[in-house]
Write a protein that binds this ligand. Structure first.
Ligand SMILES: [Zn+2]
Length: 238
């Protein structure tokens, strides 16, 4: 199992680690700060630097397709993997700008969930934009949603995550009702993200620590994808 340091502290930009395996999926480390694509959020890019100084550019990060619980760091095409044999001590360092954009957009999607009280049936978060698909047929107002996001950003709500047990969930029906997404069952515990006073939902992604850190994010487009799907696209304000 790869130790997922980003789950407890999304602000970590690098960590010391050891190469566990190298295969077609990529490089597996014993621990990492690289977030693997999932929950709509894009994977991290960055670099892995061997103790001897050799550098390897990482283009993407994925959950290992064949090894549950392990994370594959996908090397850039044509990279020389020979300095990164299993056992090698390395520093794993993410592309901070790309991750920061993911965190700002991702947290902004939680604000959208609070502004649009409908089920979400699609989500994509990249460094350039984010989109969220809502199951609904009413029209949405671009300016009103942008203003709503700006209001939550200005109010500087703390963003925290915590783990709760399924027993705790079951013992607190109000908690489940306040969540905009039903938590996955069968894993024993659920990671919930609490945008204090705004949104509470199960989420495994990376977030900024306060809505103020989202900065200038606006709704750039609203599309009618189908009779029952409205797509909201977010971008950074110019
Ligand atoms: Zn989230």
């Amino acid at each position: 199992m790869t130790e997922e340091l980003f789950r407890e502290d999304a602000t970590l930009l690098e960590c010391e680690a050891r190469v566990v395996a190298v295969d077609e999926a990529g490089i597996v480390l014993d621990r990492t700060v690289f977030y693997p694509v999932g929950g709509g959020q894009a994977g991290d890019a960055g670099e892995i630097v061997a103790a001897g100084g050799a550098k390897l550019a990482i283009a993407d990060t994925r959950k290992h397709p064949d090894k549950p619980g392990e994370i594959a760091h996908v090397p850039a095409a044509g990279a020389d993997l020979s300095p990164f044999a299993p056992g090698t001590r390395v520093t794993a360092r993410i592309d901070a700008g790309r991750r920061r954009a993911h965190m700002r957009f991702h947290t902004a999607t939680h604000l959208l969930c609070a502004l649009v009280p409908h089920a979400v049936n699609g989500c994509s978060i990249t460094a350039g934009y984010a989109r969220l698909d809502f199951h609904m047929n009413e029209p949405l107002d671009k300016e009103a949603l942008s203003a709503g996001i700006a209001r939550f950003v200005a109010a500087a709500h703390p963003v925290r995550h915590r783990w709760i047990s399924e027993d705790e969930l079951d013992a607190n029906p109000g908690l489940v009702r306040s969540m905009s997404v039903q938590p996955p069952r069968g894993l024993g515990r659920v990671r919930v993200v609490d945008v204090e006073g705004v949104d509470l939902q199960p989420c495994g992604g990376t977030h900024v620590a306060n809505t103020a850190d989202i900065g200038a994010v606006v709704v750039t487009k609203i599309e009618k994808k189908s009779a029952m799907t409205r797509r909201v696209v977010l971008g950074f304000a110019a």
